[in-house]
Write a protein that binds this ligand. Structure first.
Ligand code: ACM
Length: 551
């Protein structure tokens, strides 16, 4: 990537050849598209029209000022963008045309990302210069994801739509929504109204790390109606983002069990009803592996697949403590009856039953990698979060994989070592460390029977209690992630990225209202003095694990 134009763009395009001078666009600008690219035309007309105040005139695709042309020779996500006497975009399909439109807005400067003209006096009469250039671009990976945990802290729908808009500016294309957990159930299920009636709110929450034992005395809750979620899905689809819903089983299920106690092993064992969990951490409250639970979750999934057209539905499957099953005569008998060696096998057995149900709906299952310990469902997509190993094992066994190792791509983890990072938890995960991420370790031969579809950054929200806190955690690291997932590794250049970030991209984020972490560190109001975190050290944990294994 060369030239001044390329030096403004994030993610970096594959090839740029600068022309000389600028093309001036103004209120007479017309827009036309081949019919196959109409969705991109519609989006560009709205976005550019909003920012500039122009009423973009419709014109034939062959002669408009901005032309979106289909080129079947190109991949569906690929595009060429020529700015000379007109803006001529060639795209392999609607996604490519959409990415070209995003690149065009980036070329027009940060104001092109605002939602109304911001120049003094309205400004829509002034021409907007676009640098003359020729860009050829396509992504490295087909799956460029972010996971957002809306269970620990609910993100109101308007903010979620905005989060999607900012993802789209970065050419990310998968939003994995973590909709259920111990601390909250966020998706309306018509058949089981108590899932949201009871499960969507909690009395209070841990303040900072649960280890501090401090609570905030503030009720927290919220949920999306099915119409909300259909709106979110359609909004994302218009931006070529697939929304993967996650209903996490058989652990991380305390909110569901609070609503319907018959789903829980503990409640059946007489340990009493549970409430929606107020603490962070891993709850020992797990699902009873029974016909009742299976029937319940099949019914839930029947509604989930109606809302989400995603080829994958996530059943989670992470972090399942065995204590309750080990203490349950029924669970032990159930494991024996199923021919399992012990109750540990109930975990993947249960997920596989639900995966078969999804299969009957024509959907593949997305799971966290620990499910692999007990046998993966057919056609599973495995999200490898416990380092790379689970993913590599799944690739060896012919599964699809997305990489999201905790020590590399968890954006709730602290961005620097300083005590002023708000609620500093997890491993130090700097902007540069994120930028240096590769989905496979260097010494691993990438020739596997399984497919590495891409990677995703995960944003857990125990300590991110508002959209502002999510934006602080996500940006600008998610900008770096987007470049890693889109651009070629041989073009990777951290100094160049930083120059583009500070020279142009932070201004884009500001124009979109994203309260990112400044390179200099948190602003005073972004700090959380006195709220205890839980700092971890990856190398020390590796040494301990090695010592434990050896000893
Ligand atoms: C996870 O971090 N428990 C997937």
């Amino acid at each position: 990537m060369t030239g001044t134009v390329g030096h403004q763009l994030i993610p970096a395009p594959r090839a740029v050849r600068d022309g000389s001078g600028v093309l001036e666009l103004d209120g007479t600008t017309s827009l036309g598209a081949d019919p196959e690219l109409n969705t991109a035309r519609r989006w560009l007309s709205r976005a550019l029209g909003a920012a500039t105040g122009w009423d973009l005139m419709p014109a034939p695709a062959g002669s408009a000022t901005i032309r979106l042309r289909l080129d079947p020779e190109l991949d569906a996500e690929a595009y060429r963008l020529d700015v000379d006497t007109a803006v001529v975009i060639h795209a392999g399909g609607p996604a490519g045309a959409f990415y070209a439109a995003q690149t065009l807005l980036q070329l027009m400067g940060p104001a092109a990302l605002r939602q109304a003209p911001a120049a003094p006096g309205g400004g829509s009469a002034d021409p907007w210069p676009v640098p003359r250039t020729h860009i050829e671009d396509r992504p490295r990976f087909g799956y460029r994801g972010a996971m957002l945990d809306v269970a620990r802290h609910f993100m109101p729908k308007d903010n979620l739509l905005r989060f999607i808009e900012v993802m789209a500016m970065h050419k990310l294309n998968v939003l994995h929504l973590h909709l259920t957990d111990d601390q909250g159930w966020r998706i309306q299920i018509n058949r089981y109204p108590k899932l949201t009636g009871t499960g969507a709110w909690r009395r209070e929450s841990s303040r900072g790390s649960w280890r501090a034992g401090v609570f905030d005395s503030l009720p927290h809750g919220g949920f999306y109606t099915q119409d909300d979620l259909r709106e979110v899905v359609a909004f994302a689809a218009e931006r070529h983002i697939t929304v993967i819903p996650e209903v996490d089983v058989p652990g991380h299920s305390q909110a569901a069990i609070a609503a319907y106690p018959e789903l829980g092993t503990g409640a059946l064992n007489g340990t009493g009803p549970v409430e929606v969990w107020t603490r962070w951490g891993i709850s020992e409250t797990v699902l009873e592996i029974s016909d009742t639970s299976l029937e319940f979750y099949r019914n839930v999934l029947d509604e989930v697949v109606e809302i989400f057209p995603s080829p994958w539905i996530s059943l989670g499957g992470d972090e399942v403590p065995l204590t309750q099953w080990q203490n349950s005569d029924r669970a032990r008998a159930q494991a024996a009856a199923l021919g399992l060696a012990d109750v540990a096998g109930l975990h993947s057995w249960f997920v596989r039953q639900l995966a078969l149900h999804l299969e009957a709906h024509g959907r593949a299952t997305h799971v966290w990698d620990e499910i692999g310990d007990g046998g993966l469902p057919d056609r599973a997509l495995v999200a490898s979060w416990r380092d790379y190993e689970g993913g590599i094992e799944a690739l060896k066994n012919g599964y699809d994989v997305v990489m999201c190792p905790e020590h590399k791509l968890y954006l709730d983890h602290r961005q620097a070592d300083g005590d002023d990072e708000p609620v500093p938890v997890g491993f130090v995960t700097t902007l540069q460390a994120v930028y240096d991420f590769e989905p496979l370790p260097q010494d691993v031969d990438p020739a596997f029977p399984g497919r590495l579809l891409g990677a995703q950054a995960n944003i857990w929200t125990e300590h991110l209690d508002s959209p502002r806190r999510v934006n602080y955690a996500a940006y600008p690291r998610l900008s770096a992630v987007a470049e890693v997932f889109w651009s070629r590794p041989e073009d990777r250049d951290y100094d160049g990225f930083l120059a583009r970030l500070t020279g142009a991209h932070l201004k884009r984020l500001e124009a979109m209202g994203v309260e990112y972490r400044a390179p200099s560190g948190p602003n005073p109001w972004q700090q959380r003095p006195g709220v205890e975190g839980w700092k971890r050290d990856y190398d020390a944990e590796q040494r301990t694990a090695a010592g434990t294994a050896a000893g």
